[in-house]
Structures are given as structure tokens and as C-alpha cells.
Design a protein around this ligand. Structure first.
Ligand code: FES
Length: 212
């Protein structure tokens, strides 16, 4: 159950109960896989990344193939339009729920991230790179922390998250991360298992560079 539904079930138990009952009892004839595939169509149409991340893995678990998941997303196109469809494809790709394609030869990517002076002090800075987005957090005149921008929860990009200065809040399920340490602050009971992935860097002559 989502946080929002849990909240409603406490503050408006009757309304939430009826809502849950509706979901539980309204569909009788469709099997689980079909229901989840239809959920994908509706989530793409409405443009909810949170919903797509919730239901697409369930469709796979219920027996849908990656081709069927792609078909479901494509079926939303007439109502959703191109932008929502492309956003959905990005999310499904992130979740590794799309059929494999032959990737182009990977291009050599520079290990240089840029001059340290270009990164604001104690503020989140997103760097979009072909090998994956990074968050750069400058901690001092000559020190930075660099993290993968993929949310450890469900891989959404934290570059779309809310910048709270020294913290970032994921836009999908609202997990919060401290950018000084990379620790997951909320939910607080993860015991370090859901911290940001730290990327080792060096700062030489004012340039931030990936190690290795
Ligand atoms: S993807 Fe769920 S909190 Fe980020």
C-alpha cells in the first residue's frame, strides 16, 4: 500500500476502505497479468511515474513478457501523446523491463567532471553524462562528494528530485538523502542499505576527476 493510501486509511478509514474494496471487487473476469498490463496503459496515459514504477514490475511478476509490457505502454500513445510515452519508456528502461536492443558501441567518456570552482558550495549539482547522471556536492574549497544520481529505491533519477540544499528528496516516493554523507535519512530504518552510491573522485589542480 502506498504512503498516501496508508495515510488516508487512518484519517478517512471509511472512504479508503470503500476505495480499496472497489479495486478488490470491481474486476472479476480479467486475470492478474491482464489487469497489471492495463494498469500500465492507464499509468502511461495519466503520466504517473510513481504508478508505472509500482505496476510494471508487478506485470512482469504476474507473467507478462517484456514485449507485452512494451506493447501496453505503446497502447497508451493515442491518449497519452508522445512526451508521456517517451517518459514512460525511460522509466521502463531504467527498471530493465523492456526487450533488449543491440546497444551502440560505448563512446569513450572523459573522466573529467569539471573545475571544482564551477560547483556551488553545499548545493546539489546534477551532471548529465552518457555513462549515467551524477550528483556533485561540493563540501569545501577543495573537496567534493560525487554520487550516482539513481535513487537506490527504484532507480528514478534524483536530478528530478527536490533540492533542499544539503539534502535531496526523490520525486517518486519521497525518500530523502543527505548529500554530505550519502545517507538515506527517510525512511530512517534502512540501516545504511539504501544510501547513495558514492563515486570516488580526486581533485587535482582544481579539476574534479573520476578515479580509476
Ligand atoms: S524511486 Fe522510490 S524513492 Fe526514489
Amino acid at each position: 500500500m502506498s504512503k498516501a493510501l496508508r495515510y488516508l486509511s487512518k484519517t478517512r478509514p471509511e472512504a479508503a476502505g470503500n476505495l480499496m474494496g472497489f479495486y478488490k471487487h470491481s474486476v472479476k473476469a480479467l486475470d492478474e497479468k491482464t489487469r497489471f498490463l492495463i494498469q500500465i496503459v492507464t499509468k502511461v496515459t495519466v503520466g504517473t511515474e510513481r504508478g508505472l514504477r509500482q505496476y510494471a514490475p508487478k506485470a512482469l511478476k504476474a507473467g507478462a513478457s517484456k514485449e507485452e509490457i512494451l506493447d501496453a505502454a505503446m497502447m497508451a500513445f493515442p491518449a497519452a501523446g508522445l512526451n508521456k510515452l517517451l517518459d514512460a519508456i525511460e522509466v521502463l528502461k531504467d527498471l530493465d523491463l523492456l526487450p533488449e536492443i543491440e546497444e551502440d558501441e560505448p563512446q569513450a567518456v572523459s573522466p573529467e567532471l569539471g573545475a571544482i570552482s564551477q560547483f556551488p558550495l553545499k548545493r546539489m549539482h546534477c551532471l548529465q553524462r552518457p555513462d549515467g547522471d551524477l550528483i556533485v556536492f561540493r563540501t569545501g574549497e577543495k573537496s567534493v562528494e560525487v554520487y550516482s544520481a539513481r535513487c537506490p529505491h527504484s532507480k528514478a533519477t534524483l536530478c528530478k528530485g527536490t533540492d533542499h540544499g544539503d539534502r535531496v528528496e526523490c520525486h517518486v516516493h519521497n525518500w530523502v538523502f543527505d548529500l554530505e554523507s550519502g545517507r538515506c535519512l527517510s525512511p530512517s530504518d534502512m540501516g545504511g542499505k539504501r544510501d547513495l552510491v558514492n563515486i570516488p573522485v580526486t581533485v587535482v589542480e582544481g579539476m574534479v576527476r573520476l578515479q580509476g
